[in-house]
Ligand binder design. Structure first.
Ligand SMILES: [Zn+2]
Length: 259
């Protein structure tokens, strides 16, 4: 089985003690590629060093809305410089993580919107997919995407919206990132949506170290759990784990332009 973890934070200190072992175990289970996402300027260098040193790791760089107070105006210019410097580099696969978070009330929505739009402009300019964090902000995100129309699409990470919202994203060339959240039996509404989504729109992710799946509760999440997540979501959809692994990996390959 070949799997792709489209959303990880493997650069986080949570993995400092045993990162190499985690990567080895994940690869042994078939998780051949893992995307590591930047969240603020201060982690880009460390993240890039990590993906350059490890086969199967790929980078996305971005300014995450949850870290709004850490972002300085010059960080956008620095992001543009990084993207310019790395243009065409095989290890750079997207811009992210960025987006809109309306769940946390203290995050100024106007400033979030400015950062969101500036990074969508970069995606259009550098012809890269976008990896988006969207919490309680699907309507605003969809309206903004309709104005910017990023040509290479992207992923709505940890998708937990409605079927109708999923359809809007799919029309805009986006895939839905599914992971631990949908493995919890109490996530009834989300599980119904996941069962209905077209197979061509699904990519898998862990969001490690966050969003532990139901079969590994209260633990540090890890790409090595992606096989369990795949098996659970496949059962939910009435297909074999191999079928879901093959389809979701093909979808990710297409999105990132991987052969
Ligand atoms: Zn993330």
């Amino acid at each position: 089985m070949r799997l792709i973890d489209t959303h990880t934070h493997l650069d986080f200190p949570d993995f400092d003690a045993d990162r190499d072992e985690v990567l080895a175990r994940s690869r042994a289970l078939g998780v051949q590629r893992m995307v590591v996402l930047g969240v603020y300027q201060a982690n880009w260098q460390r993240l890039w060093r990590l993906v350059e040193a490890n086969e199967g790791l790929f980078a996305a760089l971005g300014l995450h809305p949850v870290y709004l107070d850490d972002h300085q105006p010059q960080h956008l210019a620095e992001l543009r410089d990084w993207l310019g410097k790395l243009a065409g580099h095989g290890k750079l696969c997207a811009i992210g993580e960025f987006g809109l978070d309306y769940y946390l009330a203290e995050l100024d929505r106007e400033r979030q919107q400015e950062l969101f739009e500036a990074q969508l402009e970069l995606a259009v300019a550098f012809e890269l997919p976008v990896l988006l964090h969207v919490r309680r902000a699907h309507a605003a995100t969809i309206a903004t995407l309709k104005r910017f129309r990023p040509t290479h699409g992207g992923i709505i990470h940890a998708f937990a919206g409605s079927y109708e919202e999923a359809r809007e994203y799919i029309k805009l060339g986006f895939r839905l990132g599914l992971g631990g959240a949908a493995t919890w039996p109490q996530a009834n509404r989300l599980r119904k949506v996941v069962a209905q989504l077209p197979l061509e729109s699904i990519v898998l992710e862990t969001d490690a170290p966050d969003m532990a799946p139901a079969m590994h509760p209260n633990q540090r999440n890890s790409p090595e759990y992606l096989t369990d997540i795949c098996a659970e979501l496949a059962a939910l959809r009435g297909v074999t784990p191999e079928e879901l692994a093959t389809a979701s990996s093909r979808n990710a390959d297409e999105l990132f332009g991987w052969k």
